[in-house]
Design a protein around this ligand. Structure first.
Ligand code: GRF
Length: 191
């Protein structure tokens, strides 16, 4: 059995979709959900779905080994970032495989400040006609790890960040769990 820890900062609709997808999976289980915000809705969603949920502080993440030690103790094989807004410190990058989802077609609209609605606002302001999602590994340069999948959707003339975000979320729900599953099956099962 391979163990996944999900990191998320917000509502957690992707986290929920991933938890539901792997429910009763024979080889992959969602061990726990972790948030940098104590009141993030993702914690409530996960608990309701029967998955352990915890929050942590910036100091826990960057100034101590608490999180690293706990994730190792739990035999975590993969960390999935599903709307996680902080930079992941090197210690975690060096110790775990980490997959992230970005709501645009990297390398465009990535990097500092490019998260959530800021991304969709920038895409609309640039009058792009296509946007999409990028699912990628995290290496020490945040948005620059190996791309596992990109999928596209149209940007419509009357889109707002909200309508574009909704279309992007549909793509995320369709692809993210499948890409995670494939990554684990292809790369982690033999270890
Ligand atoms: C997603 O669009 C994800 O790509 C981005 O943040 C959003 C999180 O949404 N990084 P949710 O919390 O999963 O609903």
């Amino acid at each position: 059995m391979k163990n996944i820890a999900i990191f998320a900062s917000g509502s957690g609709s992707n986290a929920e979709n991933i938890i539901r997808y792997f429910d009763a999976h024979p080889l992959i289980r969602i061990d726990s959900v972790w948030s940098n915000k104590k009141d993030a809705f993702v914690l409530e969603r996960s608990t309701r779905l029967g998955v352990e949920a915890h929050s942590f502080s910036r100091a826990d993440l960057t100034e101590s080994n608490i999180l690293l030690t706990e994730l190792k103790r739990r035999n975590i094989d993969l960390i999935v970032l599903a709307g996680f807004l902080w930079l992941v410190p090197k210690t975690l990058v060096q110790n775990f495989k980490i997959v992230n989802i970005h709501p645009a077609l990297l390398p465009a609209y990535g990097g500092k400040g490019m998260f959530g609605d800021h991304v969709h606002q920038a895409v609309i302001a640039a009058k792009e006609v296509v946007s999409g999602i990028t699912i990628h590994l995290i290496d020490e340069e945040y948005d620059k790890g190996e791309v596992l999948l990109q999928a596209k959707c149209p940007v419509l003339p009357d889109d707002t960040p909200g309508t574009l975000a909704a279309r992007i979320h549909q793509l995320e729900y369709e692809h993210f769990p499948v890409v995670i599953e494939k990554y684990v099956m292809d790369n982690l099962l033999s270890k």
